[in-house]
Design a protein around this ligand. Structure first.
Ligand code: BES
Ligand code: ZN
Length: 454
């Protein structure tokens, strides 16, 4: 292992230069105008996997953005690891809030700033480089490795889901290794044992057949924005409990043991509130902040489109408004069932003065994995070796819907070995990735192969 570690240490600055090139690519999956950039992203990943010494590297076309597959299966009798990640990134708006342009990677204070730095290009690249280090020093890997890297994680992974269902034999593996989550805190080796699911809805409220003068007509007709606001306020009570009938029916209660494990993490509400600059935290009554984020479901309005939003003032009574509403789900909530309950409830609370359409945009299942399996233990040991510290366990409030598909279809254990930080501005301006964590992630990945082979 010494040779591998020396190689990783010696090549650190080249690895960073290569990552910069990856971060130049504007692979925004949700934007039609970036289709070519998505292909560029896929080509970059496949070239680097090839250069690292992986076999059968190929780009797989889908109905959406391409997938990349690669394998190295020359360790007979040893377990197989499937490494998953995504090369697509979120849009960059509001672009004027970036200190340096989102696709001009810049290093400041040991952090690399660019869209996709932590979510998830920097994290995929750790595994590409650890494979390279093993193959260039020992000529082999301690385990069998497959890569499946997609370009649609940020838009729901629909095409990968279909691909996995059709190719279960081809993707067969013992564990799925994923680095698309966060460390509990800087420098703290962390394994994530659970992710929340999601049900993403759109509610369209229409009133009069056209925008009206708010003086002439105001007071005589329902204003769709006012109505929508009232409806949204009926979705949660003053204790932060979601009012949709049946919403909590399948929620598994947090166990005493787990509550104690969360407490042991010594989470500071004060520090957390300060970092996001709010005077106090808020959430469901009777639960701690970590519990609210990790083991309790939520309902949030992500955005409202409607009415007059330009600078200045215009007196108008809008005809139509749309809200994007997402619910984060926990085991054993089912996103399809929740979408139905939500739709029924919205229809039930909608007044006669407006027409309402509810759309189910996408969904994903929540997941929780046990601690006591060989893959998780190997990952925990690997991270502890890389960081020189004991690994902690946490859950995550975010979602990676494909994880449940992997576990169900491939019957493999997911290992969430994320090296990001929740303070690294993923999905917002000035996204960045700590380069020390990037380096420790390459080492963790390299150690994981060795630990899992045992
Ligand atoms: N990497 C994130 C998930 C994540 C966020 C993990 C924060 C750990 C900490 C992932 O790319 C993501 O953003 N997922 C989406 C999924 C959704 C579009 C279905 C999410 O959680 O909003
Ligand atoms: Zn991600």
């Amino acid at each position: 292992m010494k040779k591998v570690v020396d190689y990783i240490n010696a090549n650190n600055s080249r690895y960073i230069e290569e990552l910069k090139n990856f971060l130049l690519i504007k692979s925004i999956s949700t934007d039609e105008n970036h289709k070519k950039d998505m292909l560029k992203g896929a080509e970059f990943v496949s070239k680097k996997l090839n250069d690292a010494g992986m076999n059968k590297v190929h780009i797989i076309k889908t109905n959406g953005h391409p997938l990349i597959y690669a394998e190295w299966l020359n360790a007979p009798g040893k377990p197989t690891v499937l490494i998953y990640g995504h090369y697509d990134v979120q849009p960059v708006d509001p672009v004027d809030l970036w200190d340096t342009p989102p696709f001009e990677p810049t290093i400041r204070n040991g952090k690399i700033y660019a869209r996709g730095a932590t979510d998830d290009k920097g994290q995929i690249y750790m595994h590409v480089k650890s494979v390279e280090a093993h193959l260039n020093t020992n000529g082999k890997l301690p385990v069998n490795v497959k890569f499946i890297i997609e370009g649609e994680e940020e838009i729901g992974s629909n095409n990968l889901e279909e691909y996995v269902k059709i190719n279960t034999k081809f993707l067969k593996c013992d564990a799925v290794l994923i680095s698309d989550t966060a460390l509990y805190a800087p420098g703290v080796p962390t394994i994530t044992l659970g992710l929340r699911g999601i049900a993403y809805m759109e509610v369209e409220v229409t009133g009069p057949n056209r925008d009206l003068h708010s003086g002439t007509f105001g007071g005589a007709v329902a204003n769709p924005i006012n109505v929508l606001a009232e409806m949204i306020s009926k979705m949660m009570d003053k204790n932060g409990r979601i009012s949709i009938p049946g919403f909590y029916d399948d929620v598994i209660k947090v166990t005493k043991k787990e509550r104690e494990r969360f407490k042991a993490l010594k989470f500071s509400e004060k520090k957390y509130a300060k970092e996001i600059n709010v005077r106090e935290l808020k959430g469901e009554k009777g639960f701690s902040t970590l519990e609210r984020m990790w083991v309790r479901p939520t309902l949030d309005c992500n955005g409202i489109i409607g009415g007059f939003t330009e600078a200045g003032a215009k007196t108008v009574l809008p005809s139509k408004v749309t809200a994007k509403i997402s619910m984060r789900l926990v085991p054993n909530q089912d996103p399809k069932k929740i979408a139905k309950l939500f739709t029924n409830y919205v229809k039930q609370i909608a007044p006669k003065s407006v027409r309402v359409i509810v759309r189910d945009l996408h969904g994903g299942y929540p997941i929780v994995t046990p601690m006591n399996n060989k893959a998780t233990i190997a990952a925990s040991k690997a991270m502890a070796r890389a960081f020189g510290k004991k690994t902690v366990y946490m859950r995550e409030g975010g979602s990676i819907p494909i994880v449940t598909i992997f576990t169900k279809q491939l019957n493999a254990i997911p290992v969430l070995m994320g090296l990001g930080l929740n303070t690294e501005n993923l999905h917002s301006p000035n996204e960045h990735f700590d380069l020390n964590h990037f380096h420790l992630g390459i080492l963790s990945s390299a150690y994981f192969f060795e630990e899992f082979a045992k």
